[in-house]
Design a protein around this ligand. Sequence first.
Ligand code: CP
Length: 306
Amino acid sequence: MLKGKSLVNIDDVASEDFFRIFDLASEYKKRLSVGEYVKELEGKIMSTLFFEPSTRTRLSFESAMHRLGGNVISVSEAKSSSASKGETIADTIRMASSYSDIVVMRHPMEGAARLASEFSSVPVINGGDGSGQHPTQTLLDLFTIWEKFGRIDNLDVSLVGDLKYGRTVHSLVRALSRFDNTVNLISPEILQMPDHVISGMKQARRIKRIENLDDVLTKSDVFYVTRIQKERFVDLNDYAKVIGSYSFDMETVSKMKKNSIIMHPLPRVDEINPEVDMDPRAYYFREASNGVFVRMAIISMILGVR
Ligand code: CP
């Protein structure tokens, strides 16, 4: 159960809770679609502390809290908080947790959310910690897959792009591998998924490193495409070697199964051509929209109203 707990790593969420979250997110989605105002969190306050840029995660968390009837206080960039004066994560989180009932934090340092949870008096949700994890993104990704296929097992899923620095795929591969899925890892050599991300998983034998996207184009059910993250490279010469490694255009999409989907945590740069957006297999904007309903479910379960 999520009640009263921090959500730092996807491993913090039991598999049965995945489905509780999906059911509640579906309920909220239906209620909002008919204009119903959900007032379950009136009087509750969420702090959003974002020390790294974000569009979807911060706005969808804040939208989710407002749609539940709660309120939000926010730090939207490091320079507008006392972190810019040298305040530690521990002191920042002590303050934020004394002002609110739940904290969502994004930080460039891997492990920052775990550290914050140790100093917080209220639950902390990891909104992305460097190249670590992005567990709520994974829950909305799985919800999107579940809506489409009616299941999150017996699927062939290809993760494409920056698998080294990509926190979304680090969380997603661990979640998918709990179930009976085949996961193909497709990346440039220097951006392969680190072994520590997939170590110790029961289903690791169903995770395959694939060199060529063409080898899976006709068989995967889900293509989860990620941006090559320029901001994470220590040496920009390495970035120059891999930029544009993968690009989905209509020629690529024409080879995919009719019932397959393309996902992307966004933002995208050049890895999916906008000409693909109108194809029914383009699921990335629907995926991002689902962020509000899934985050509503997560917040209300952690705060114990569900
Ligand atoms: N998917 C995601 O984390 O997007 P933002 O960086 O815009 O929050």
